[in-house]
Design a protein around this ligand. Structure first.
Ligand code: ADP
Ligand code: AMP
Length: 214
């Protein structure tokens, strides 16, 4: 099963993608996580990506598309995946389509996690991320067992630089300009599935499993 998660930054794509990956036994591929791992390891790609990410801008398509194409070559992605944070532009979606056509495969579901901008600000200002393993929490809705400490690896939790309010506004604008048109793109392909992302974590997941219908 090949699934794309659509939705604004902070809508809950990553949270739901992890649950989908576990339930359907497919890898969770997050371009944001891949960029953050590159930044942590101080790679050339990480240095380039950081300059854009810190400003709430998208990393250029030529860097992002090749990264995802390389990830697809890994054996775990052979029979499906849940893509989180990719595609984010029409050219990225077209490149993905071209690669899938070559393989004789296609996207089965594009799940749009719909959350209005007002709620996004609250989600992102409360999000905390582990500096070591990247696990995410929310101060109010998905709190760690011990304040400021990751449940998974015990390392410290931080507010991501790009989750600070001034950057969130920029990211929302970028989302509306460049990423939101993908909703129509996938609707036209007949694979769009809409879910109400304002509900609680488990309720959103129930909606998703219902629309995936498998
Ligand atoms: P995205 O991957 O779309 O950027 P995340 O999955 O990281 O978003 O979610 C953003 C923040 O909102 C996180 O702190 C997460 O714990 C929280 N969150 C996600 N889904 C919900 C929900 N349904 N209700 C309340 N908080 C949520
Ligand atoms: P995310 O963790 O998905 O919110 O992504 C964090 C940041 O990484 C984004 O604000 C972008 O700067 C960058 N990024 C992630 N995925 C992409 C993508 N598909 N295209 C361009 N930039 C991306």
């Amino acid at each position: 099963m090949r699934i794309i998660m659509l939705g604004a930054p902070g809508a809950g794509k990553g949270t739901q993608a992890k649950k989908i990956a576990e339930r359907y036994k497919i890898p969770h591929i997050s371009t944001g996580d891949i960029f953050r791992a590159n930044i942590k390891n101080e790679t050339e790609l990480g240095k380039k990506a950081k300059a854009y990410m810190d400003q709430g801008m998208l990393v250029p398509d030529e860097l992002t598309i090749s990264l995802v194409m390389d990830r697809f070559k890994e054996p775990d992605a052979e029979n499906g995946y849940v893509l989180d944070g990719f595609p984010r532009t029409i050219p990225q979606a077209e490149s993905l389509d071209a690669a899938l056509r070559e393989d004789g495969s296609q996207i089965d579901h594009a799940v749009n996690v719909d959350v209005p901008d007002g709620a996004i600000i609250e989600r992102m200002s409360g999000r905390r991320a582990c500096v070591n393993c990247g696990a995410t929490y929310h101060l109010q809705y998905a709190a760690p067992k011990k304040e400021g400490v990751c449940d998974h690896c015990g390392d410290g939790l931080i507010l991501r630089d790009d989750d600070k309010p001034e950057t969130v506004e920029k990211r929302l604008k970028v989302y509306h300009d460049q990423t939101q048109p993908l909703i129509e793109y996938y609707a036209q392909k007949g694979v769009l599935k809409e879910v109400d992302g304002t509900q609680g974590l488990e309720e959103v997941f129930s909606q998703i499993t219902a629309v995936l219908g498998e």
